[in-house]
Write a protein that binds this ligand. Sequence first.
Ligand SMILES: Cc1cc2nc3c(=O)[nH]c(=O)nc-3n(C[C@H](O)[C@H](O)[C@H](O)COP(=O)(O)O)c2cc1C
Length: 200
Amino acid sequence: MELFEVSDNLQDPILKAYQWIKEAQDQSVALPHAMNIASLNSEGKPSSRMVLLKRISNEGFVFFTDYEGNKGQQITDFPHAALTFWWAKTNKQIRIEGTCSRVSAEENDDYFASRPRGSQISASVSLQSSKIESYESLVQTSKIFEEENSDKDIKRPDRWGGFLVKPDSVEFWIDQSNRLHKRTLYTKDGTGWKTSLLSP
Ligand SMILES: Cc1cc2nc3c(=O)[nH]c(=O)nc-3n(C[C@H](O)[C@H](O)[C@H](O)COP(=O)(O)O)c2cc1C
C-alpha cells in the first residue's frame, strides 16, 4: 500500500516536494511522509507536533486528525499552518507555509473506510487532546465500543477528518559542506510561483 496518495501532473514546487519525500522513501527512511505541523492558539502562541502526509496534489498537502482536538481547533480558528519535513539520510529539509481548509466529507468518509478497524475504533473513542482519567480507562472504553459494534461498520465520527494545507511558500534546504547550505524559496506569484535563493 502506498504511504500517501499522489496526483498526476504535479507542478513545481509540489513536484519537487514529492520527489524529495520519494527520495527519502527509496532510501528506506522510516515514515518519510512524517511532517511537523505548527499552528497558533487564540493568543498567538505556537504549538507543533508530527502528523502523517496522506495526500499530495497541486492544491497542497493533506493530513488527517481530530477537528476538535487541540490542533484541529487551532486550525479551525486560525487557518494558517507551517509544515516541516526533514530526513537524516538525505539531510534535506522542506518548509511549507500555507492556508488550511477542511477536505470534503466524501474524502473523509473514503479515507476513514480504508483505515484498519482498530484505527477506526481508536478514532471513535479517543477525543484527541482531552484529559483522560487513566490509560486503562481509555483501553476499557475502546473494548466496550468494539464489543458493542462487533457486527457493524464503524461510522466516521463527525469530528475526524482531513485538512488541506495550501502553500503560499515552500522552501527547499540542502545540507552543504562548511554550512553553506543551499536554500531555494518558492513564493506564490499570481497563479504561478517565483523562486529566490536565500542565504543559509
Ligand atoms: C510520527 C507521528 C505521526 C503522527 N501522525 C498523526 C496524524 O497523522 N494525525 C494526528 O492527528 N496525530 C498524529 N500524531 C500524533 C500527534 O503528533 C499529536 O500527538 C496529536 O495529533 C495531538 O496533537 P494536538 O493535541 O496538538 O492536537 C503523530 C505522531 C507521530 C510521532
